[in-house]
Ligand binder design. Structure first.
Ligand code: PLP
Length: 452
């Protein structure tokens, strides 16, 4: 059997990587000189690299390894399904047991009336599905003019042309022909950076009311849906003021437009409930899921939709789907992952134990001279770096540079935190212990000191 374990020297692997491997969201120029850090093993919250360093992964890979690394049950679930039925599709009136069982389980876990699953292999694919699904829903309801989808600047909904257009990352829009037509953006509820003289509560309402203004500007009967992450993740873990979501919910209800909650990061325990919508009190018509659904052990995503949407779409053929929609191995692994999350009480532990503990420790970082605010929900949080706390100032001229330096100091201290501009983010595996949280905070503090 061919093994991919690391036997070559790191420098040789780095040279091969630089020669042949194109990396997502990475500035290629520096890579050849500096060399990538090559991960070789994982256990719990810990990674080992090709040099034998043990690194605390406070990002759970890419916000996804919720049950932690090294879970043999997931390996066995994949192997058993591969032996039995490695692939079959779910097109043209066929199905298979893992896709059926996983859909049943997701319908149980999702808030009512979300009882129907359309599978994909990633969050991007699932949001592409949503884009077509909500427009097709309105067409089938006899309102084909409802095409507009409203999203938020600095949202992240994926990297395909459709999902990248739904997202509000201006750097992405600048490349490759995005956004596609009929997608509109309002401002994000980032009080620290954009709240000015308003209180967080006033600001939350003001930002939510931009949705109403946008609906009125476009014409209420042309709007299909509003899409948002319950807590913006890749935009910098922007926790909205408490007034924000109730006002958004009032507006989508008033105008009868669909609410798509992108739960790709917030789902499966990250915020202390199964879904971020439950934590933030929203009632979505569609939820996008991926990442934590399989804890990243297999690529799988999907759209969980309401009874009403499923019954309307079921009235005709929805000409959409992916070869790997409901891949049996991915579904089997996801099912086993959901069993682990449930039976080990991991979601409850985030809500009642590790979440509150990380909150207390993480918020203590505001005592550091360079940290303005520290915001956290469950096990996803961020700190804003600032040269002047009272003024809530940004490192204006070199925005992002300080964050990058901090991230590199963390890396040097065997801690993986991510930076988005001048915000530093954590989103560790949900199995992190209190001792490991102490280590995380101690390494973060040291890294901040070194970055000053
Ligand atoms: N939606 C959200 C909220 C995400 O954070 C991401 C990825 O980070 C995506 C969608 C896209 O998921 P994927 O990278 O699996 O396509």
């Amino acid at each position: 059997m061919a093994h991919l374990t690391n036997t070559a020297p790191t420098a040789e692997l780095q040279a091969l990587d630089a020669a042949h491997h194109m990396h997502p969201f990475t500035h290629g120029a520096g890579l050849a000189d500096k060399g990538v850090r090559i991960m070789t093993r994982g256990e719990g919250v810990w990674l080992t690299d090709s040099e034998g360093n043990r690194i605390l992964d406070a990002m759970a890979g890419l916000w996804c390894v919720n049950v932690g690394y090294g879970r043999q049950e997931l390996v066995e679930a994949a192997a058993a399904q591969m032996s039995e039925l490695p692939f079959y599709n779910t097109f043209f009136q066929t199905s298979h047991v893992p896709a059926i069982r996983l859909a049943e389980r997701l319908a149980q876990l999702a808030p009512d009336p979300l009882n129907h699953v359309f599978y994909a292999s990633s969050g991007s694919e699932a949001n592409d599905t949503n884009l077509r699904l909500v427009r097709t829903y309105w067409e089938m309801k006899g309102q084909p003019q409802r095409k507009a989808i409203i999203s938020r600047w600095n949202a992240y909904h994926g990297s395909s042309v459709g999902s990248g257009s739904l997202g509000g990352m201006k750097g992405m829009h600048a490349q490759g022909g995005m956004p596609i037509p009929d997608i509109h953006h309002i401002d994000q509820p980032n009080w620290w950076s954009e709240g000015g003289d308003m209180t967080p509560e006033e600001f939350g309402v003001a930002r939510a009311r931009q949705l109403e203004q946008k609906i009125e500007e476009l014409g209420p009967d042309t709007v299909a849906a509003f899409i948002a992450e319950p807590v913006q993740g890749a935009g910098g873990v922007i926790v909205p003021p408490e007034t924000y979501w109730p006002e958004i919910q009032r507006i989508v209800d008033k105008y009868g437009i669909l609410l798509i909650a992108d739960e790709v990061i917030c789902g499966f325990g990250r915020t202390g409930n199964w879904f971020g919508s439950q934590t933030m009190g929203l009632r979505p018509d569609v939820m996008t899921v991926a990442k934590g659904l399989s804890s990243g052990y297999q690529p799988i995503g999907g759209s969980i939709v309401s009874d009403e949407i499923a019954s309307v779409l079921g009235g005709d053929e929805f000409n959409h789907g992916y070869t790997y929609s409901g891949h049996p191995v991915a579904c089997a692994v996801a099912l086993e992952n959901l069993r682990i999350l449930d039976e080990e009480g991991i979601v409850t532990r985030v809500r009642e134990e590790t979440g509150p503990y990380l909150k207390e420790r993480f918020e203590s970082l505001v005592e550091h001279p360079m940290v303005g605010e520290a915001k956290i929900v469950g096990l996803m949080g961020s700190i804003a770096l600032t040269p002047d706390k009272a003024a809530r100032a940004a490192f204006a001229a070199d925005a992002g540079t300080v964050g990058l330096i901090c991230r590199e100091r963390c890396f040097a201290n065997d801690l993986i935190m991510r930076h988005v501009g001048d915000r530093m983010i954590v989103s560790p595996p949900l199995v992190i212990t209190k001792d490991e949280i102490d280590t995380l905070i101690e390494r973060a503090w040291r890294s901040l000191d070194e970055a000053m």
